[in-house]
Design a binder for this molecule. Sequence first.
Ligand code: ZN
Ligand code: ZN
Length: 95
Amino acid sequence: MKCPYCGSEECINKSALNIYLKAVETFLKKYINIKFKYPAVGEVGICKKTGGRIYLCPYCKVPFKAPFLNKGEGHFNCPNCNKTLNVPASNKLVC
Ligand SMILES: [Zn+2]
Ligand SMILES: [Zn+2]
């Protein structure tokens, strides 16, 4: 899996990635039939060269750059597969 910023494999945090994939698998099974309930993207590392956060889509499992988010907007679309995703919880806490 390559960093979406610099293309290096080094930037992805493998343990964070594994934890996220397990958690999201449970989520997808549980909420598959519930509308308006979206899985949060995973934070799977920070680029060592650019300092950018690396996010992972739970559907297509492609890492991508932190999206530009409008204030008050709780979700966005994956740049790869266009599914609706929630922002990570850590971002919501920032005021
Ligand atoms: Zn990188
Ligand atoms: Zn996707």
